[in-house]
Write a protein that binds this ligand. Sequence first.
Ligand SMILES: Nc1nc2c(ncn2[C@@H]2O[C@H](COP(=O)(O)O[C@H]3[C@@H](O)[C@H](n4cnc5c(=O)[nH]c(N)nc54)O[C@@H]3COP(=O)(O)O)[C@@H](O)[C@H]2O)c(=O)[nH]1
Length: 758
Amino acid sequence: MDGYFKPGGIRRRVSFQIIILLTLALTANLLAMLYLVREQTLNSTEAMLENTALVLQEKIEQRLNYLLENTELLSSNQLMINALTDSEGRERYLPSLVNNFQKGKDVLSLNVVDYAGNAIYQTRNSLPQYNNSSELRQALAYRKIAYRLSKDNHNIEVISPIEYYDTTQGAVVVVFDLAAIINRHIAKDETSYVRLLSKGNEIYQSHYNPKEHYVTYTHQKISPDSLFNQLQIELQKGLPAKAFNAQITQAILPLIILGVLFILIGAYFAFRVGSRIVDPILELNRRVETSKQQRDVFCSPLGTHDELEDLAKAFDERTLELQHQAEHDSLTELPNRVLFLDRLQQAIKVSSRSKQKLAVFFIDLDRFKEVNDSFGHDTGDALLQVVSENIVETLRDSDSIARLGGDEFAVLLDHVEHEAAIASVLDKILNIFKEPFNLHHRQIYTTCSIGVAVYPDNGTSAEELLRNADSAMYKAKDEGRYNYQFYTKDMTDLAYKRLTLENNLRSAIRDGEFKLYYQAQTDMRSNELVGVECLIRWHKEHEGIIPPDVFIGLAEETGLIVQIDRWVLQEALSQYQQWMKEGLKIGVISVNLSAVQLTQRDFIEFVEKAIKRYDIAPENLMFEVTETAIMRSPEQALDILNKLKELKFGLALDDFGTGLSSLSYLKKLPVDKIKIDRAFIKDIPEDKEDMNLTKTIIAMARNLNLDIIAEGVETQEQIEFLTNNGCYEAQGYYYHKPSSAKDMHPMLLEKSTDAARS
Ligand SMILES: Nc1nc2c(ncn2[C@@H]2O[C@H](COP(=O)(O)O[C@H]3[C@@H](O)[C@H](n4cnc5c(=O)[nH]c(N)nc54)O[C@@H]3COP(=O)(O)O)[C@@H](O)[C@H]2O)c(=O)[nH]1
């Protein structure tokens, strides 16, 4: 029972609410009953009071009539006439007559008056003065019995004329005790009171206490002939409120007891109903809790066949949906890293038992970022979808594929017999990228690099295998992309170094650890300075200067090159402005343009803002771009290069000769200058082939009317060979090694002074 009625719990709420509802309903019923019982009791009490008042009035009137008749009989008695006329006879007959009359007749006094109203006989000497009494005068005049209430209202005086032949000689006046008359008819243990009122004044009361509350009835149904009416007497009956309420309580008490019983039974049923509602909810709750911990526990079927059953089903559906969402990639609908690792873990268990191998591929699309930047994310997404579909098609049903995130996929090959089987799948995957993908009416060229780790040789846990496949993938990238590499131990170090370098690069950008070096470009005939190339250096604390070859590749891979090259451009222009202000003659300043920048939509805008800011004419700024960079996304690159050309910026084709370098292709590029790669120059004059190639390049450039500059010029022989063959500009250690602006300053000053002199 612990927690059975937990505070705020449904069982408690349902039970309590049903009990409260029952109690309220019952109370309302009882109140209604109470009202009805009270009304009924009031009606019956009033009816009872009316009846008893009527009966009482009749009885009193009967008695009064009886007394009146007796008084009349008395007054008409012959002896009474004799007594009136004969004083002797009066003494002789009247006492016995009167005594007889008084017996049991509630008589207070009996009097005989003569015609003038003078008392000629009286008991108790109580006769009031009757000579002026209008009732006496009426009785004598009309020879008719008359009556009235006494002055103190407590008695009734009856006046009956004494007739002698056709005359009235006097009258008998009898005073009756009103209380005695009424008391005869009232029981001693009467609970209700009786009051008689005359003109609002109480003339009689029994059992009446003015301080108590009563249910009162005033009897008014009196006929005009009745004595009460003639005497103007009102009869009031009343039942004490206590007695009245006791009747109500008596009537309602069984109902209250029944009500309480009903509430108790209701409470029991409320608890049962509460349990019937709550038990399935608690069961559902328990299953929900279990399903949080155990993957295959479901809430349905609950067995209730009602809305709860629907809820349980809906919960299961939503759980499966959420589970699917949590374990799948929404773009490709492939399993994600979580599910892949789970499946890999299971596969490792099976393989460990069956002593079989399995292989994990880590696939990364090459330069996917450029596709995104060049053609937008929709195209990037479509590429990922089509690539994933193609990979799925090359795999067996028992193999697994997952999208790990971004442009990374993973494949799990089960039950691998030998490495040749792995290689066959790898080839099939690489073949997918042989042809361009047709997406959104464009042909998108892309490739992928794949790293492979094999269980148990390259790892025994899912994480380790995936991590090692990742390291092998980086090796594939380093090996020129679009190939696969099997994991070897030294790759872990490589991957670690790569990760460290990436992190350091990010902090170098943040902390401003880069410096710009400058290398002169010289006219070999006049030794005049024609320009400078800006070359980045990374001054890393404790490690010294790190050359660009070490980090530019990774910066391009990670996209960090955009920030780096933008910094280079601003720094170069700022320095150039400074030199101009100092009156130094620099010629053209060149900066390198990476492939990633050629895909940046806002690149032109950024360049325009920069030259405006440093007040540099576009003709004084040259961009050096390699063929390889252009070929990564030719359409976009050409678009940007043409715009730069239109804006009058200089364009040089860097590292010329190392790429495809066809004449027809060269004609399409809007470049002003070609830079012969150092690789052709360095072995001149020893390498005749290089010399022939260099000659061809120079001829080709001249034919196309392009300027030409040789890189890596280090010797006098190289200068002679180049100038003899029509190439007059050079960049190389022979003239100047890349140096900081400060170190370069004396040379710039000297060159500028020479130029001024000549
Ligand atoms: N995207 C960017 N790329 C840049 C930037 N700065 C440099 N780079 C690229 O890095 C590559 C290596 O550059 P670096 O180490 O600076 O080498 C340059 C010269 O130092 C070197 N050179 C010049 N003359 C000689 C020589 O007589 N002998 C010799 N052994 N080496 C010499 O050649 C490199 C010139 O580079 P480039 O003309 O651009 O090809 C290089 O590919 C740079 O492009 C940058 O800011 N952004």
